[in-house]
Design a binder for this molecule. Structure first.
Ligand code: SF4
Ligand code: MSK
Length: 642
């Protein structure tokens, strides 16, 4: 028997109970067995050279410096910076694949792909200063693709999309010398500067970590979102379903997991094709059911309405239902534990990225040129595998959700085709119906009661008229709690409720995948413009990642903060090993860039802090309203428990 922290999700709990003590274990049982290392979790372990590793710290009996003399502050700052570099690299390498796929499509080398949003392509071409009179979308796509591919190897100048930020923010970045030049350059420079014996000034190093993170938010992630819209269409609001109950008992289940929606889009097209469904019927199934996990789920959900089987923490549990014929994975957040779980069932685990092999999985590396054939091979494999199904148990839990919100679709929803704009949102923020906006992003973590912090923070925020925009696994968790439907407005405060009911939107808007956090930056810029403000740091907007897991969450947080939006983390703070550096990330960054980091271990603390920052920013704008704060007492908090 292992000690585990149970998630709040009933579907997950049912599977966990069924597999307790059997099979290779899972993320929850492993988290119960392995204690987090207290030195590593505070960032004060350095293993950058063979004179170490050095465990340093501020406590009694700890050495304050490493063998090379590096201080605890420097070591913690370096570790933090390396997380930013890794997170930025992950988002941006994803973006590179998207650009290359766009180029292959433009050159007629990618038979499974086409240009689905020619309008978006045209507006991008205009923005990039390209020849907008070019009528052939494929030719235009080639020009746009070449221009954006050059953003990766650029050595100087400024990234194109950094120019989307308000003028005042751009000027601040220039003054601090943190405007990103080239995406790859910033990552490489940060890795160099964190090598043993290079940058030894925590503040100076953090400037480069801001620059690198900005190359993610206003570079890699933004390029990925924009070009995925061009290739697969821009999302618009639609309904779908979430949780393990979306797996089918009588159809061939294909689960798509990871981050890059390139091959998955082609697989989905086949899964919806009547001819392929006939093939599945010939194999004894009722058809094909394709569902998602993690961020590929968010991508396919936003554009196609493909149901979501679960978040990051449900990947092994989905296979444990016995109902998954094939799980297709590419990059990021794919647990190595999957192979062991798949081996206990009939599931074929298929890896599709040249960059990511998993021992025990079938390897089928994606290229834009072979996507059509490869998708066919995978769907064929799934149909064939249906015959090998053993015992199946699918927990009967699924909920509706509304998705597809983007900076553009929100503009349309608020004002319609002809008067679309952010003015109604600005008016409602000014008149206090909407107190402010919280961007809830990031992962879900088995170190705490998974899902609980998301659900509790959101409920408290919306009860206090804070509109929530959510991405990644945080959004999936919110959906599983029934927070992504218009009816959830009943839980909102009177102001937010009125707005949601008038417009017909949920109080929590699903804004997509991890790279789609760049859409939140776009929306924030439009708010600045529509509100007649000068900078993002004036907005009553706060970000949080209460259940963060991944280094990508740190990169996202750092680009939010460097853009003027404060960010709170739950679970653990990665720099807690150095008081001075943690204070720097909070107060000194606030002085430098108008926003800082903060940590709150409880939902109540997180909600308080977010509302406090929003109130403070409202006061600065002179738009504070005297409405009573809804304070959650113990009784109300108990009701939040699920
Ligand atoms: Fe220790 Fe310095 Fe080497 Fe880090 S770089 S392991 S602190 S000697
Ligand atoms: S998938 S980065 S667990 S949100 Fe983007 Fe979820 Fe976090 Fe991976």
């Amino acid at each position: 028997m292992t000690k585990r922290k149970d998630p709040i999700c009933r579907a997950s709990l049912e599977i966990l109970e069924r597999i307790e003590g059997k099979g290779p274990g899972n993320v929850f049982s492993r988290a119960g067995q392995i204690k987090p290392c207290p030195i590593g979790s505070g960032g004060n372990c350095c293993r950058l050279c063979a004179m170490g590793p050095c465990r340093v710290g501020e406590g009694k009996g700890q050495s304050p410096v490493g063998v090379c003399g590096a201080t605890t502050e420097t070591i913690v700052a370096r570790n933090f910076a390396r997380m930013v570099a890794s997170g930025t690299a992950a988002h941006s390498d994803h973006a590179r694949e998207v650009v290359q796929t766009l180029l292959a499509t433009a050159r007629g080398q990618a038979p499974g792909f086409t240009i689905r949003d020619a309008q978006r392509l045209k507006s991008l071409a205009l923005e990039l200063g390209l020849e907008p009179s070019e009528k052939d979308p494929l030719k235009l796509a080639e020009l746009v693709g070449e221009c954006l591919l050059a953003e990766f190897g650029r050595q100087d100048g400024e990234l194109w999309f950094a120019g989307r930020a308000p003028e005042r923010r751009q000027a601040l970045w220039r003054e601090l010398n943190i405007t990103p030049r080239g995406i790859d350059r910033e990552v490489v420079e940060l890795l160099h500067r964190t090598h043993m014996g290079v940058d030894q000034d925590a503040a100076h190093l953090t400037r480069q970590s801001m620059r690198t993170a900005l190359a993610d938010g206003w570079g890699g992630s933004m390029i990925a979102s924009q070009l995925q819209d061009v290739l697969f269409g821009s999302p618009t609001p639609l309904r779908s379903r979430v949780n393990l109950g979306v797996l089918s008992e009588d159809r061939v289940n294909i689960v798509i997991h990871g981050h890059e929606p390139l091959l998955p889009e082609v697989i989905v097209a086949l899964a919806y094709d009547p001819a392929w469904n006939e093939k599945a019927k010939a194999a004894g199934a009722a058809g094909i059911n394709v569902v998602g996990i993690c961020c590929t789920a968010n991508e396919l959900l936003m554009r196609r309405g493909v149901p979501v089987a679960g978040s990051f923490l449900q990947q092994e549990l989905a296979i444990s239902t016995g109902a998954v014929e094939v799980m297709v994975v590419d990059v990021q957040c794919v647990m190595q534990g999957l192979a062991g779980v798949a081996a206990c069932h009939h599931t074929n685990l298929v890896t599709t990225s040249e960059k990511a092999n998993i021992p025990g999985a079938l390897h089928c590396p994606f290229t834009p040129e072979n996507a059509a054939a490869q998708a066919a091979e995978i769907v064929e494999l799934a149909i064939e595998n249906f015959k090998r199904r053993g015992e199946v148990y699918i927990p009967p839990y699924e909920l509706n959700l509304v998705t597809g919100f983007t900076h553009d679709s929100v503009r349309y929803i608020l004002g319609g085709t002809y008067r679309g704009g952010y003015r109604p949102l600005v008016d409602n923020v000014v008149n206090g119906r909407i107190k402010g906006i919280c961007a809830m992003v990031g992962c879900t973590n088995p170190r705490i009661r998974a899902g609980e912090m998301h659900a509790q923070v959101v409920r408290e925020l919306i009860a206090n008229d804070v509109l929530v925009l959510s991405t990644g696994c945080a959004a999936i968790n919110c959906a599983k709690e029934g927070l992504l439907v218009p009816e959830a407005a009943e839980m909102a405060g009177p102001g937010l409720r009125e707005v949601c009911e008038a417009v017909g939107i949920p109080p929590v808007l699903h804004f997509g995948s991890c790279v789609d956090n760049s859409r939140l930056l776009e929306a924030a810029c439009t708010l600045v413009q529509a509100g007649g403000l000068g900078d993002l740091s004036e907005l009553p907007v706060v970000g949080c990642a209460p259940e963060w897991v991944s280094e990508k969450a740190i990169a996202i947080g750092q680009y939010f903060v460097a853009s003027g939006i404060p960010v709170g983390l739950g679970v653990a703070f990665p720099t807690s090993g150095s008081t001075s550096f943690t204070e720097y990330l909070g107060r000194a960054m606030e002085d430098e860039v108008g926003a800082g980091w903060f940590y709150e271990s409880t939902a109540a603390g997180m909600a308080d802090r977010i509302i406090g920052i929003i109130d403070q920013r409202r006061r600065r704008l002179g738009i504070e309203k005297g409405r009573e704060r809804v304070l959650f007492d113990m009784e109300m908090r108990r009701k939040l428990d699920v």
